[in-house]
Write a protein that binds this ligand. Structure first.
Ligand SMILES: CC(C)(COP(=O)(O)OP(=O)(O)OC[C@H]1O[C@@H](n2cnc3c(N)ncnc32)[C@H](O)[C@@H]1OP(=O)(O)O)[C@@H](O)C(=O)NCCC(=O)NCCS
Length: 183
């Protein structure tokens, strides 16, 4: 009885949170925004239908021009962090595990008379996460990378170069270890 009422309260909380957060987005189809969601650019986020942000997702924008576009049926795991100055596009039905980092920008570091924290953030190419792909736990996806359709990225990989459709890639830096046979 208590368990059931707890579940009911959680459901209501999730619904309320999803409603109050998503109304600040540029577009929202449907889905779930779990507790701990944070972003400094709510109006720069566009999501389709059946999108899930699991707990403590953190979407950080450098400036007002960057955009996060999330297509239908995408799952974004716990503690995912994104740093955006231009565009991160997540294609439909992508599955992003917990603790994944995706970023399209870097700190400038060329000026040796300034600490790096005082140098401007530089855009280094937008990132695209392919339709139906699976990004393993703890992966880092760096600027300019495109992950292919139904590709798999192994746990804790650091992806510095684009990965083709239907490839399994792993390691630091991530390399293709196998291709998935296409029907
Ligand atoms: C990438 C993955 C799917 C590959 O699984 P698989 O097809 O069964 O591949 P294998 O285990 O046969 O591994 C193939 C080779 O890649 C290596 N490899 C596999 N995963 C790796 C990883 N994450 N990092 C580095 N190397 C990896 C293996 O050591 C093996 O190398 P070898 O041929 O020299 O022995 C799996 O290893 C993985 O990382 N899954 C992610 C799990 C996860 O993040 N779950 C989160 C919950 S959704």
């Amino acid at each position: 009885m208590f368990k059931k009422s707890g579940q009911y309260i959680n459901k209501i909380r999730n619904k309320l949170r999803t409603l109050t957060v998503s109304r600040n987005f540029n577009a929202w189809g449907s889905g779930l925004i779990s507790r701990g969601f944070q972003s400094n650019g709510m109006s720069q986020i566009e999501c389709g239908k059946d999108v899930t942000f699991n707990e403590f997702a953190w979407i950080s924008f450098d400036g007002s021009k960057g955009r996060l576009v999330v297509e239908d049926n995408v799952y974004i795991g716990r503690f995912c962090t994104m740093s955006i100055s231009t565009l991160i596009l997540i294609r439909k039905s992508a599955l992003i595990s917990d603790r994944v980092y995706i970023g399209d920008c870097n700190h400038g570091y060329q000026n040796t008379s300034l600490p790096i924290s005082s140098q401007p953030v530089t855009s280094a190419g937008s990132v695209e996460i392919g339709e139906g792909c699976w990004i393993g736990i703890g992966v880092a996806i760096l600027p300019g990378v495109k992950i292919g359709k139904n590709a798999v990225i192994g746990a804790n990989s650091v992806v510095t170069r684009s990965i083709p459709d239907y490839a399994i890639a792993a390691g630091n830096p991530a390399k293709v270890i196998r291709n998935i046979a296409v029907d």
